[in-house]
Design a protein around this ligand. Sequence first.
Ligand SMILES: [Zn+2]
Length: 187
Amino acid sequence: MAAGEYPVAVGVREGDRPMRCPFCRHADSRVVDSREVDEGQAIRRRRSCSECGRRFTTSETMVLAVVKRSGVTEQFSRDKVVRGVRRACQGRPVDDDALQQLAQRVEESIRSAGVAEIPSHEVGLAILGPLRELDGVAYLRFASVYRSFTSVEDFEKEIADLRTAMAGAPAPDDPAAAEGEESKPGE
Ligand SMILES: [Zn+2]
């Protein structure tokens, strides 16, 4: 993951030990300025050490954890979304900008749910909608893996839904999507 692409929590969370002064290691500091960055998803704080008086900055990010089926938890990564979707987009007219935008939309929709932990299959679910808008073929490829298509009929049904969606009508509710217990790309 490229540095700076996804904010890493370096700050203070409730229950964590406080951030120490980087100069004298003192544990206590005073906040002199706070501002939201990254569209409110992180808070940058300017602090003044109560021991040596020097100033430093901390950045606090809301931690968004993805719980994999194995139970292992990892931090949500836009990069990982991009990698998973890129595979499905091979040979399709989808450039990197479009992939980055898609990953951003996925992150926003996940964060808007306001929970700190989400099951990994919900990341896949959040990808399906924007990907369908982006490229139908890539969507079918991704959905076939994500939803573990096992027959031609699975494709036929998905294509029928896709046609309906492209015609502007809302896609019929798909109970399989809500279950989403299958393995998928990016895991
Ligand atoms: Zn200090």
